[in-house]
Design a protein around this ligand. Structure first.
Ligand code: ATP
Length: 411
């Protein structure tokens, strides 16, 4: 059959869902209407229904398990040979597993396969599907319809988002061997893991909590374990945390920072109320002492790649030697998120800044922004202002942000 002429946008999409053999892909391009892209992993077949979204490093598809009919968000991360892609993707997987909290996305499973089209590997993350979209969709809708979300509603979404961030900022290393009691479990994490482990995992975990097949054209399942068995040392994917646990220093505070908090990374659960924090590709241990210029430049480069500019804290634009980066970077971003939920844009992507010839970076470094006129309360505006402070030391910590938010909700 002759191939149908396809518009560029469709070809672009197809280029990114060449999940399986070239023959099958030819069939797909020839019969787009009748055929659906399929992905086979470990004997399970998934129909790829449509593209949900696209990030800097990945494509996210709506996928359906042909056997059970269950739908997922399937994140596909392509990792070229010679890059740290697989390692970085696995850091994201470990971060999803580390934080078990009702406002943090959980991972259902993951797999690494040989890229059928190249030398590299592809990492697939199976995530719960959120059909209501994210907070950026709400912002876009408000902008298009010239509407505003009521203050209390904004604060409810914001509070849930802060609770997710608190779970990261107050993370404690696993207490000891044979126990899964980390801070998240103690503070009411959901234990609803019955859906986990979509693929059979016949072997034990490899060192580092996962293993993946090293070659061959066929799909190789990632061996993962989402819940620790009795007697296992709980490994959270971080070498330093593991060493501390082994040395009997479990239970210590190890704050993590998300480093890419923005409305597009907060999904809405099906109730439309519960915010779910996602996209942990940028997540790092929060406290990083900067001892020399090369460390400063490295952190600056990482931030430039992974932290969205309009929500990025000033200390990540210009990393200073002799300082310690910490979790306050997220507090800045939370201030920008609250502002954006109110006024439909980040404080540092408004027209005024660019019209006056100023760059975003300059405005951020000076924490220079203005509240447009609005019906929001003074308390609400003060909460935003408390977080968007140039000096991280002047910003509240996450517990203080939550206290202020709760007080406003009760007012
Ligand atoms: N679980 C999900 N349910 C529904 N849609 C999702 C889900 N996960 C991701 N998406 C969609 O895919 C988009 C990209 O996802 P994600 O942010 O994880 O990718 P990324 O490559 O890490 O992005 P970024 O470049 O912003 O860091 C999201 O903005 C969202 O629209």
């Amino acid at each position: 059959m002759d191939s149908l002429p396809l518009p560029q946008s469709v070809l672009h999409t197809l280029d990114n869902i060449r999940f399986y053999t070239k023959d099958a892909f030819s069939t797909l391009t020839g019969c787009l209407c009748q055929q659906q892209a399929k992905l086979k992993i470990n004997g399970r077949t998934f129909n790829i229904i449509r593209l949900l979204g696209e990030g800097g490093f990945s494509f996210v598809y709506l996928a359906q398990d042909e056997g059970s009919g269950r739908q997922f968000a399937l994140k596909k991360i392509r990792c070229p040979t010679g890059s740290d892609g697989v390692k970085e993707a696995m850091r994201e997987v470990e971060a999803y597993r580390r934080f078990k909290h009702p406002n943090i996305i959980r991972i259902l499973d993951s797999a690494v396969i040989q890229d059928p089209d190249g030398e590299g590997k592809i990492v697939y993350l199976f995530l719960p599907l959120y059909k209501k979209g994210n907070l950026q969709d709400i912002i876009n809708q408000n902008a298009v319809e010239n509407t505003r979300t009521p203050e209390k509603q904004i604060l409810r979404w914001f509070k849930g988002t802060c609770e997710a961030v608190r779970a990261m900022h107050t993370y404690h290393a696993p207490a000891s061997s044979g126990s899964s009691s980390n801070a998240q479990h103690q503070s009411g994490a959901h234990e609803d893991d019955e859906d986990d482990e979509m693929f059979p995992h016949p072997e034990g975990d490899a060192e580092g909590g996962y293993s993946y097949g090293g070659g061959g054209a066929s799909s190789v399942p990632l061996v993962t374990k989402n819940r620790p068995d009795e007697g296992d040392v709980v490994f959270d994917g971080d070498e330093e945390v593991r060493r501390s646990v082994e040395q009997g220093h479990g239970g210590m505070l190890v704050p993590y920072a998300h480093r890419d908090l923005k409305p597009g990374n907060v999904m809405l659960a099906d109730d439309g109320i519960t915010p779910i924090l996602m996209d942990f590709g940028s997540c790092v241990k929060a406290r990083i002492p900067i001892e020399n210029r090369s460390q400063a430049l490295l952190q600056q480069d990482i931030a430039a790649e992974q932290s969205t500019m309009a929500y990025r804290a000033p200390e990540l634009f210009d990393v200073k030697t002799g300082r310690t980066l910490d979790e306050k970077v997220d507090i800045w971003s939370l201030g920008c998120i609250l502002f954006a939920l109110a006024y439909s844009h980040s404080p540092f992507e408004n027209m005024q800044t660019t019209e006056q010839g100023g760059s975003i970076a300059m405005a951020v470094l000076n924490a220079r922004y203005k509240h447009p006129s609005s019906p929001y309360s003074d308390g609400f505006k003060k909460l935003i202002d408390s977080m968007i402070k140039a000096d991280p030391k002047d910003r509240p910590d996450i517990n203080q942000v939550l206290d202020m938010t709760k007080r406003l909700l009760q007012a």
